[in-house]
Design a protein. Sequence first.
Length: 201
Amino acid sequence: MDFEQLIRDYGYWALFVGTFLEGETIVIIAGFMAFTGLLELEWLIVVSFCGTFLSDQLFFYFGRWKGREFIAARPKWQARADRLQPMLERYKNYIIVGFRFFYGLRNVTPLALGASGINPFRYLILNFIGAAIWAASFGIGGYLFGHAVKPLLADVHKYQGFIYAGIAATALVLWIRRVYRKRQPDPKISIAPPPRSTQSI
């Protein structure tokens, strides 16, 4: 089975899993694939929407169930939730719609919202709107990227394998960097050692 057939057969499933677990990079790649004809732009937007919408609904209800304990057990997430709380009190609707567009807030925000006791129906409607905007924005963005690249190449199909490889390599590096940063202690919440006593014996 060649690469193009593999994408046609399993591309939408990979896109669903990718958007369920992570985010925008895989949607941009899928958008470029839609430009080259391997995927359909309309369907990739629908699949991306379903993945991110269902993921954040699941995190929201998990937040209602165990959100406070789950966040408190992770100091970096707790620090982010603490910084998010004042904004939630003032701009809750806007945050629900737009949190996917802000780095570092994608995972913790649905949990924090669930733990905050927000009405589930309200979250459902605003999450639906936010997921639709997000999926369309990045899907179309990847498609337009293909149009931007085309004039630079004599035959975009001839070089699309290299473009896929470059995008995938970049995505892998960003993912590894994100995982590495998540495992590092947050300097804002690190506890400084007590000062040495200067009292004479």
